[in-house]
Structure formats: structure tokens, C-alpha cells
Design a protein around this ligand. Structure first.
Ligand code: PTJ
Length: 252
């Protein structure tokens, strides 16, 4: 389908993402509900002018600092995130020395296999999630099923395109959660310790760049970045940026 879209099209990036999702669905990686979830994200991205909002930058810096100070960081992936940026998620995990774990809301063994193959084709070595041996307390969905060597023992978990239930359960279990969500009003966004309000396809490359930049920074300095970070303030700024963008386009 992508072949039919000229690169000069003003909304090429958005149409390319749709295409990745559709191909991901046909390949068995993305759930059908994932296509709907993507549509909701796309609407928020439209309101943000399809560019990284300023408020995402401190969140990306704090996320990089928290991930670099973590002892057992885990990058949690699902059907949407894997088809949108598999190479970048693998690079993020390897740059950090973090584990990659597949965790699905609409979990089927077939989807796990397809997603694992996709991640391996994009350079992943070890991928967790195919053989969950424990559960996240207080969670009833399929997302509760995790690996004791992965998410269950992690101190920091990065989640993207997520439902609020798991974020809440992970926070309650004492983990630090970094969420990536285009919707600053979502339960996930409000519950996480750090929320990056941006499209995953733009934010993950920025996060990798920031991790590389901060990699040799003192631990005390990184901890200072994290403790100075205020998620409520950042979420409010993201909403203000959406309001401004709406005002601007309605007066044009
Ligand atoms: O692969 P599975 O089975 O784990 O299913 C995953 C989905 C995405 C279906 C599941 O987690 C779900 O239903 O998610 P929600 O509750 O619809 O939430 C998804 C959130 O991600 C929404 O707040 C969207 O605004 C946001 N979102 C969608 N696309 C993007 C995004 N955020 C960042 N980048 C995107 N490209």
C-alpha cells in the first residue's frame, strides 16, 4: 500500500505509520484493537501538529537519566510498538543493557511468536515474554503474565501505547514506570512516574540520542535530573501546547 503514497504527500509520515500498522496486522503482530488505539493516538498527534512538543524534552531527559541509573531496566513491547519502530526499540534496549519483554493485552501464543521474530530480525538477541512464569499483583488482564527475570524483577519499566491498569499495578508494586503516550489525559499518562507525550516513532530515536549523550554522566547528576523532574507540570504543559495549537489553527 505504501507504494501508492507519494513521498511528497504532506502527511506521508502519518500514512506510512498507518501502513506499518496494517502490514503488522496482516502479519499477525498487531491486534485489530491496536488499529483503533493507533487512530486515537493519531488524533492527538494531529492536535500536537505532528511534532515533538517542547514539554516532551524534559520528560525524555528524565527518562534517559532514570533508565541509566536503573539496576534492572526493562523495555516492554507490544504489537503496536513493535511494528512502528522495532529497530529503535532493540537499539534502545541494547544501548542501555536493558531487557526486552513482550507483554500483550490481547495475548496469543501466535502473536508472541510473530513479534519475537520481528524483534530478532531487527537485531534483538534475548527476548523475554514467551514463557511468563509469574504475575503482576492486582492485575487481571493478560498483561499480568510476566517473566520473573524480566518485568517482575525490574526496577524501571518503559511502557508505550499502554492501558492504565498495568501502569497502575506496576507503580503499586514499587517499580518506576516511564510511559510514552500521545494522550496526556490518559490514565497511563497520569499514573506513570515519567510520561513522554509524543509519537513513539519520534520519541524513541530522541530517547536513544539522549541516553547516548548522558551515558557518561555521574550517577549523582543523573539522580538530580530525575529528582528535579515534575510529571504533573509536564502533563499540564502538554495540554497547554495542545490548547495553543488548537487556538492557532482555529484563528488561521
Ligand atoms: O498489542 P497488544 O495486544 O498489547 O494491544 C495493545 C493496545 C494498543 C491495543 C492496547 O494497549 C490498548 O488498547 O491501548 P489503549 O488503551 O487504546 O491505549 C493506547 C494509547 O496509546 C492511547 O492513549 C493512544 O493515544 C496512544 N497512542 C496510540 N498511538 C501512539 C500512541 N502513543 C504514542 N505513539 C503512538 N504512535
Amino acid at each position: 500500500m505504501l507504494k501508492m503514497i507519494p513521498k511528497s504527500h504532506p502527511r506521508y509520515s502519518s500514512l506510512r505509520q498507518r501502513d506499518l500498522l496494517l502490514e503488522g496486522y496482516k502479519a499477525g503482530a498487531t491486534s485489530i484493537a491496536g488499529l483503533i488505539a493507533f487512530g486515537r493516538g493519531e488524533a492527538f498527534d494531529y492536535l500536537l501538529g505532528e511534532k515533538t512538543p517542547k514539554s516532551a524534552l524534559p520528560a525524555i531527559e528524565a527518562s534517559a537519566a532514570l533508565l541509566l541509573t536503573a539496576e534492572k531496566p526493562v523495555i516492554s513491547v507490544n504489537g503496536n510498538t513493535t511494528v512502528l519502530c522495532p529497530r529503535e526499540l532493540v537499539e534502545l534496549a541494547s544501548t542501555l543493557g536493558a531487557k526486552l519483554e513482550i507483554n500483550l493485552f490481547y495475548r496469543t501464543e501466535e502473536r508472541i511468536k510473530v513479534i519475537e521474530t520481528l524483534l530478532r530480525r531487527n537485531g534483538a538477541d534475548k527476548v523475554y515474554g514467551a514463557r511468563p512464569d509469574t504475575e503482576v499483583a492486582g492485575l487481571e488482564s493478560e498483561r499480568r503474565r510476566v517473566d520473573s527475570k524480566g518485568i517482575a524483577s525490574a526496577d524501571v519499566v518503559f511502557v508505550a501505547l499502554e492501558d492504565g491498569d498495568r501502569t497502575e499495578a506496576l507503580v503499586k508494586s514499587g517499580k518506576k514506570v516511564i510511559a510514552l503516550d500521545l494522550n496526556p489525559l490518559s490514565r497511563t499518562a497520569k499514573t506513570a512516574d515519567i510520561t513522554i507525550v509524543d509519537n513513539i516513532i519520534r520519541a524513541v530515536p530522541l530517547l536513544i540520542e539522549t541516553v547516548k549523550k548522558l551515558k557518561h554522566t555521574d550517577k549523582a547528576e543523573l539522580e538530580k535530573i530525575v529528582s528535579n523532574y515534575d510529571n504533573q507540570k509536564i502533563l499540564k504543559s502538554a495540554v497547554t501546547e495542545i490548547q495553543r495549537s488548537l487556538k492557532k489553527s482555529s484563528t488561521q
